[in-house]
Ligand binder design. Structure first.
Ligand code: SAM
Length: 208
Protein backbone atom coordinates (compact mmCIF):
# COMPACT_ATOMS: atom_id res chain seq x y z
CA UNK A 1 0.00 0.00 0.00
CA UNK A 2 2.71 2.42 1.02
CA UNK A 3 4.99 1.28 -1.83
CA UNK A 4 2.13 1.77 -4.30
CA UNK A 5 1.65 5.24 -2.96
CA UNK A 6 5.36 6.04 -3.17
CA UNK A 7 5.47 4.75 -6.75
CA UNK A 8 2.51 6.96 -7.59
CA UNK A 9 4.15 10.10 -6.22
CA UNK A 10 7.60 9.34 -7.67
CA UNK A 11 5.97 8.94 -11.07
CA UNK A 12 4.03 12.19 -10.75
CA UNK A 13 7.10 14.23 -9.82
CA UNK A 14 9.30 12.51 -12.41
CA UNK A 15 6.91 13.04 -15.30
CA UNK A 16 5.45 16.48 -14.58
CA UNK A 17 7.09 19.81 -13.88
CA UNK A 18 6.49 21.08 -10.34
CA UNK A 19 4.65 24.04 -11.88
CA UNK A 20 2.25 21.77 -13.79
CA UNK A 21 0.79 19.71 -10.94
CA UNK A 22 -2.75 20.67 -9.95
CA UNK A 23 -1.73 21.73 -6.42
CA UNK A 24 1.03 24.10 -7.62
CA UNK A 25 1.12 27.51 -6.00
CA UNK A 26 3.72 30.09 -6.95
CA UNK A 27 3.62 31.08 -3.29
CA UNK A 28 1.86 29.35 -0.41
CA UNK A 29 0.35 32.71 0.52
CA UNK A 30 -2.28 31.64 3.02
CA UNK A 31 0.12 29.25 4.79
CA UNK A 32 2.70 32.03 5.10
CA UNK A 33 0.06 34.44 6.38
CA UNK A 34 -1.12 31.99 9.04
CA UNK A 35 2.43 31.32 10.24
CA UNK A 36 3.25 35.03 10.44
CA UNK A 37 -0.11 35.96 11.93
CA UNK A 38 0.50 33.47 14.76
CA UNK A 39 3.66 35.39 15.63
CA UNK A 40 5.92 32.40 15.06
CA UNK A 41 9.50 33.56 15.74
CA UNK A 42 12.36 32.98 13.27
CA UNK A 43 13.94 30.52 15.73
CA UNK A 44 10.89 28.22 15.53
CA UNK A 45 11.24 24.69 14.28
CA UNK A 46 8.82 24.18 11.37
CA UNK A 47 7.99 20.99 9.48
CA UNK A 48 6.19 20.94 6.14
CA UNK A 49 4.63 17.49 6.00
CA UNK A 50 4.21 16.19 2.46
CA UNK A 51 5.77 19.45 1.35
CA UNK A 52 6.65 17.96 -2.04
CA UNK A 53 8.18 20.62 -4.27
CA UNK A 54 6.26 23.45 -2.57
CA UNK A 55 7.85 26.90 -2.49
CA UNK A 56 6.76 27.38 1.13
CA UNK A 57 10.27 26.46 2.26
CA UNK A 58 11.83 29.06 -0.07
CA UNK A 59 9.63 31.80 1.32
CA UNK A 60 10.17 30.76 4.94
CA UNK A 61 13.95 30.83 4.41
CA UNK A 62 13.64 34.27 2.83
CA UNK A 63 11.74 35.45 5.89
CA UNK A 64 14.57 34.29 8.13
CA UNK A 65 13.15 31.01 9.45
CA UNK A 66 16.19 28.89 10.08
CA UNK A 67 14.95 25.57 11.45
CA UNK A 68 13.03 24.07 8.58
CA UNK A 69 12.22 20.46 7.77
CA UNK A 70 10.47 19.20 4.64
CA UNK A 71 9.19 15.63 4.70
CA UNK A 72 7.80 13.85 1.66
CA UNK A 73 7.27 10.35 0.37
CA UNK A 74 8.78 11.31 -2.98
CA UNK A 75 12.54 11.68 -3.40
CA UNK A 76 11.93 13.27 -6.82
CA UNK A 77 9.81 16.01 -5.23
CA UNK A 78 12.48 16.80 -2.66
CA UNK A 79 15.18 16.84 -5.35
CA UNK A 80 13.14 19.39 -7.32
CA UNK A 81 12.87 21.65 -4.28
CA UNK A 82 16.57 21.27 -3.46
CA UNK A 83 17.62 22.05 -7.04
CA UNK A 84 15.45 25.17 -7.06
CA UNK A 85 16.94 26.39 -3.77
CA UNK A 86 20.55 25.71 -4.75
CA UNK A 87 23.04 26.19 -1.89
CA UNK A 88 20.23 27.37 0.43
CA UNK A 89 18.95 23.77 0.39
CA UNK A 90 21.75 22.91 2.81
CA UNK A 91 19.97 24.99 5.45
CA UNK A 92 16.92 22.71 5.35
CA UNK A 93 16.48 19.22 6.79
CA UNK A 94 14.98 16.94 4.13
CA UNK A 95 13.27 13.69 5.12
CA UNK A 96 12.19 11.19 2.48
CA UNK A 97 9.54 9.05 4.12
CA UNK A 98 5.95 8.22 4.89
CA UNK A 99 4.48 10.50 7.52
CA UNK A 100 2.69 7.55 9.10
CA UNK A 101 6.01 5.73 9.62
CA UNK A 102 8.45 8.61 10.09
CA UNK A 103 10.61 8.68 13.17
CA UNK A 104 10.28 12.33 14.16
CA UNK A 105 11.85 13.90 17.26
CA UNK A 106 9.44 13.92 20.20
CA UNK A 107 8.19 17.46 20.77
CA UNK A 108 10.54 18.53 18.00
CA UNK A 109 8.39 21.09 16.20
CA UNK A 110 6.80 24.44 16.98
CA UNK A 111 4.84 24.39 13.74
CA UNK A 112 3.35 21.48 11.78
CA UNK A 113 2.17 22.41 8.27
CA UNK A 114 0.30 20.11 5.91
CA UNK A 115 -1.37 21.24 2.70
CA UNK A 116 -3.19 18.54 0.75
CA UNK A 117 -1.71 15.46 2.42
CA UNK A 118 -4.07 14.54 5.29
CA UNK A 119 -6.95 14.38 2.82
CA UNK A 120 -5.42 11.30 1.17
CA UNK A 121 -5.91 9.33 4.38
CA UNK A 122 -9.17 7.58 3.62
CA UNK A 123 -8.94 4.98 6.39
CA UNK A 124 -9.79 5.82 9.95
CA UNK A 125 -6.75 3.85 11.18
CA UNK A 126 -4.41 5.97 9.02
CA UNK A 127 -6.00 9.21 10.22
CA UNK A 128 -5.60 8.13 13.82
CA UNK A 129 -1.96 7.19 13.17
CA UNK A 130 -1.41 10.64 11.64
CA UNK A 131 -2.94 12.43 14.63
CA UNK A 132 -0.73 10.37 16.97
CA UNK A 133 2.29 11.60 14.98
CA UNK A 134 1.18 15.21 15.39
CA UNK A 135 0.60 14.66 19.11
CA UNK A 136 4.09 13.24 19.56
CA UNK A 137 6.05 15.57 17.30
CA UNK A 138 4.55 18.98 18.08
CA UNK A 139 5.59 20.87 21.21
CA UNK A 140 2.89 21.72 23.74
CA UNK A 141 1.53 25.09 22.63
CA UNK A 142 2.72 24.47 19.07
CA UNK A 143 0.81 25.50 15.95
CA UNK A 144 -0.78 22.91 13.65
CA UNK A 145 -1.95 24.02 10.19
CA UNK A 146 -3.75 21.42 8.11
CA UNK A 147 -5.31 22.22 4.73
CA UNK A 148 -7.52 19.77 2.85
CA UNK A 149 -10.13 19.92 0.14
CA UNK A 150 -13.28 21.51 1.53
CA UNK A 151 -16.67 19.82 1.60
CA UNK A 152 -17.39 21.37 -1.81
CA UNK A 153 -13.91 20.57 -3.15
CA UNK A 154 -12.95 17.84 -5.65
CA UNK A 155 -13.38 14.15 -4.79
CA UNK A 156 -10.00 13.23 -6.28
CA UNK A 157 -6.50 14.73 -6.07
CA UNK A 158 -3.67 13.56 -8.32
CA UNK A 159 -6.00 10.79 -9.52
CA UNK A 160 -6.45 9.42 -6.00
CA UNK A 161 -9.62 9.50 -3.89
CA UNK A 162 -9.62 12.01 -1.05
CA UNK A 163 -11.68 12.95 1.98
CA UNK A 164 -13.36 16.36 1.97
CA UNK A 165 -13.95 18.32 5.14
CA UNK A 166 -15.77 21.27 6.59
CA UNK A 167 -13.68 23.17 9.15
CA UNK A 168 -15.63 21.53 11.98
CA UNK A 169 -15.15 18.04 10.56
CA UNK A 170 -11.44 18.60 10.01
CA UNK A 171 -10.92 19.88 13.52
CA UNK A 172 -13.01 16.95 14.75
CA UNK A 173 -10.40 14.54 13.35
CA UNK A 174 -7.85 16.07 15.73
CA UNK A 175 -10.09 16.60 18.74
CA UNK A 176 -9.76 18.30 22.06
CA UNK A 177 -5.97 18.17 22.43
CA UNK A 178 -5.98 20.76 19.62
CA UNK A 179 -7.60 24.11 20.28
CA UNK A 180 -9.10 25.50 17.08
CA UNK A 181 -7.70 29.02 16.66
CA UNK A 182 -9.46 29.58 13.36
CA UNK A 183 -10.13 28.37 9.85
CA UNK A 184 -10.11 29.82 6.37
CA UNK A 185 -11.35 28.76 3.00
CA UNK A 186 -9.29 29.18 -0.13
CA UNK A 187 -10.23 28.90 -3.75
CA UNK A 188 -7.17 27.48 -5.48
CA UNK A 189 -6.73 27.91 -9.23
CA UNK A 190 -4.91 24.94 -10.72
CA UNK A 191 -2.39 25.55 -13.54
CA UNK A 192 -5.01 23.94 -15.81
CA UNK A 193 -7.54 26.64 -14.87
CA UNK A 194 -9.78 24.59 -12.55
CA UNK A 195 -11.00 25.88 -9.22
CA UNK A 196 -10.44 23.76 -6.08
CA UNK A 197 -11.97 24.67 -2.74
CA UNK A 198 -9.67 24.17 0.24
CA UNK A 199 -10.23 24.55 3.96
CA UNK A 200 -7.37 25.45 6.31
CA UNK A 201 -7.67 24.75 10.03
CA UNK A 202 -5.12 26.20 12.42
CA UNK A 203 -4.94 24.85 15.94
CA UNK A 204 -2.81 25.16 19.00
CA UNK A 205 -1.71 21.90 20.60
CA UNK A 206 -2.93 22.24 24.13
CA UNK A 207 -0.09 22.18 26.66
CA UNK A 208 -0.25 18.88 28.53
C1 SAM B 1 -1.13 17.18 -3.38
S1 SAM B 1 0.57 17.13 -3.01
C2 SAM B 1 0.80 18.59 -2.01
C3 SAM B 1 2.25 19.02 -1.93
C4 SAM B 1 2.51 20.28 -1.09
N1 SAM B 1 2.04 20.13 0.27
C5 SAM B 1 1.89 21.49 -1.73
O1 SAM B 1 0.93 22.06 -1.18
O2 SAM B 1 2.41 21.89 -2.78
C6 SAM B 1 0.66 15.83 -1.80
C7 SAM B 1 2.08 15.54 -1.36
O3 SAM B 1 2.05 14.61 -0.27
C8 SAM B 1 3.05 13.64 -0.46
N2 SAM B 1 2.57 12.46 0.26
C9 SAM B 1 1.48 11.70 -0.01
N3 SAM B 1 1.33 10.77 0.93
C10 SAM B 1 2.33 10.94 1.83
C11 SAM B 1 2.71 10.27 3.02
N4 SAM B 1 2.01 9.23 3.48
N5 SAM B 1 3.80 10.71 3.69
C12 SAM B 1 4.51 11.76 3.21
N6 SAM B 1 4.21 12.43 2.09
C13 SAM B 1 3.13 12.02 1.41
C14 SAM B 1 3.17 13.49 -1.96
O4 SAM B 1 4.40 12.97 -2.37
C15 SAM B 1 2.96 14.93 -2.41
O5 SAM B 1 4.17 15.64 -2.48
Amino acid sequence: MVMESKDHWEKVYSTKAATEVSWFQEHAGLSLKLIEQAGIPASASIIDVGGGASTLVDDLLAKGYAQLTVLDLSAAALETAKARLGPAADRVRWIEGDILQADLPAGGYDVWHDRAVFHFLTSEADRQAYVRKVMAAVKPGGLVIVATFAEDGPTMCSGLPVMRYSAGELHGEFGEPFELLGHERESHQTPGGQEQKFVYCFCRKVAS
